[in-house]
Design a protein around this ligand. Structure first.
Ligand code: MN
Length: 327
């Protein structure tokens, strides 16, 4: 395992190297539906942490703020639905809570049980352009002059979701297995028929998403729903840390080689419009995730590869591909 770095130390470590670092900015702290500015992680399976520098503050007892549940369980994520109460409790105990080294824990997906993972296809123009010329991406589907309004949204199975501490286990060795880095939006409260201007008020936070993809002729919901093909992490940054999600640099390297580099300002449908678009058709629940689409530069990975993912204001973090294909 390569050493993992906190976002702040990554910026220092990589300044001046060929892997550029993004400029750290102090952001104005404002209140949102979460009410606190925090980096929230789930680790070692069932632990809740706050990330500070290269440490995790173990605030697991704050989960007691989640009301007891009975069958049938609600169709939303219990942590995200109760986030204000959990974070208030976490704040009250954090001064005396145990601290762990970030690189000593296994990071799971910050959302444990999303009801759905909504995905935006063909949502960066330069990715649409590359899919027209590289037939290995779109497999005969005609993309000329098309964008997201022609295709709508698709869902990835929530069983594909993993955290950044878990390896991607590739299947179908005879197929092209591609990385797609995407800004992941985590919905904070029930949203139906939301207008774009109001949409960010429904966001709990942001994370880095990897829409891992087996290329081929089948529908996206099938090819992109393989177990472990939806890594999200390394943590959730609460929405008040990112006042404008539509102006974030994002990039991915594979074994140190630059692959994708863009900015969410290049989205065809931006975050606001994606929430409006999705909720024209169905309700979004707390913990639902929107993978907002991938820019140009998608390409294959193989067993043993390391994908270094970075989104401005969230993190730079490595995701590993398991050394063997899944049996
Ligand atoms: Mn995608």
């Amino acid at each position: 395992m390569l050493p993992q770095r906190s976002p702040d130390s990554a910026l220092v470590c990589h300044a001046g190297t060929r892997q550029h670092g993004y400029i750290a900015r102090r952001r104005k702290r404002a209140s949102n539906i979460v009410g606190e500015t925090m980096r929230i992680c789930r680790f070692n399976g069932n632990r809740l942490g706050l990330v500070e520098g290269d440490q995790i503050i173990d605030v697991t007892p704050a989960l007691e703020a989640i009301p007891a549940q009975h069958w049938p369980l609600p169709r939303y994520d219990l942590l995200i639905a109760n986030l204000p109460a959990v974070l208030a409790r976490a704040n009250a105990i954090k001064a005396t809570a145990p601290r762990l080294a970030l690189n000593s824990v296994l990071l799971n997906s910050p959302v444990a049980n999303p009801s759905k993972i909504v995905n935006a296809p063909i949502n960066y123009q330069k990715h649409i352009d590359e899919a027209v010329t590289d037939t290995g991406i779109a497999h005969g589907r005609d993309l000329k002059g098309k964008h997201i309004s022609d295709w709508g949204l698709f869902l990835k199975a929530s069983s594909a979701l993993i955290g950044f501490g878990e390896p991607v286990r590739l299947r179908k060795a005879d197929r092209r297995n591609d990385h797609e880095i995407e800004l992941a939006v985590i919905i904070g409260k029930e949203a139906n028929k939301v207008k774009a201007a109001d949409a960010l008020n429904y966001v709990a936070g942001y994370s880095i998403g990897l829409d891992m993809t087996i290329r081929g002729p089948e529908f996206q919901c099938f090819r992109k729903s393989v177990d472990t093909y939806a890594p999200m992490g390394p943590w959730m940054v609460t929405a008040d840390e990112i006042p404008n999600p539509n102006a974030l640099d994002l990039a991915i390297w594979v074994n140190g080689e630059a692959r994708q580099k863009s900015n969410t300002s290049q989205l065809v449908y931006n975050v606001n419009r994606l929430i409006e678009y999705a909720t024209e058709w169905y309700t979004l629940y707390p913990g639902d995730i929107i993978f907002t689409g991938t820019p140009e530069g998608v390409g294959p990975v193989k067993p043993g590869d390391t994908m270094t993912c970075e989104i401005q204001g969230i993190a730079r973090w490595d995701v590993h591909v398991a050394p063997e294909f899944a049996g």
